[in-house]
Design a protein. Structure first.
Length: 194
């Protein structure tokens, strides 16, 4: 509502998807992406960083044990993302010596973060999701965070990506980018702007 109040002539068409859209093909002005950006002709503005957490339902952990090291993941079910952009959405892990640890394959995949969250809440296994998504469930006792000290990339960049050149952007894109920079908040301490 604040964006519409500030820029009443902007028409909002919001599409929620975890897949990577082709901005040109899908006639999209701006996409919000988290994680490393691939090389492309898109422009990008960093909005901040989101904290990522590995979580599981307490019932799942009671039945399977709490993983103490990445090696323990061999006896656990992992829930990942099943879309083209990312292998499975899990971070690189390091062992006690700081060396990279190869993770076993995921036993369940979903194409949507909300579905991954629901599978974790239902006790299907361990999931790797943004803190802003899981923190309310951790606070309510529905999820428990594990293996925080073994994640290599615990914070991921969040960008607004768009087509165009800085000097020739349409006014609507400039306005929304500025609004996002000033107002986007993922959660307390979980997104910090540049």
């Amino acid at each position: 509502p604040a964006l519409k109040t500030q820029y009443p002539d902007i028409v909002l068409d919001i599409v929620l998807t975890d897949t990577v859209v082709d901005l040109m093909e899908d006639r999209t002005d701006i996409a919000i992406r988290h994680g490393p950006l691939t090389s492309s002709r898109l422009m990008a503005r960093k909005l901040g960083q989101a904290e990522m957490k590995i979580v599981a339902a307490p019932g799942y952990l009671a039945a399977r044990g709490v993983p103490e090291t990445p090696a323990d993941l061999r006896r656990h079910e992992r829930i990942g993302f099943g879309y083209r952009r990312m292998h499975d959405g899990w971070p690189q892990m390091k062992d006690g010596d700081g060396a990279r640890f190869p993770l076993p394959a995921c036993s369940a995949l979903a194409s949507d973060g909300d579905a991954v969250l629901e599978l974790a809440l239902a006790g299907m296994g361990l999931a790797h999701l943004a803190a802003f998504q899981v923190d309310p469930h951790i606070a309510a006792g529905g999820l428990t965070s594990v293996l925080e000290h073994f994640q290599i990339d615990r914070f991921v960049d969040v960008h607004a990506v768009y087509l165009g050149h800085r000097g020739t952007l349409p006014a609507r894109i400039k306005a929304v980018l500025e609004f996002l920079k000033e107002n986007m908040r993922i959660g307390p301490g979980q997104l910090s702007g540049e």
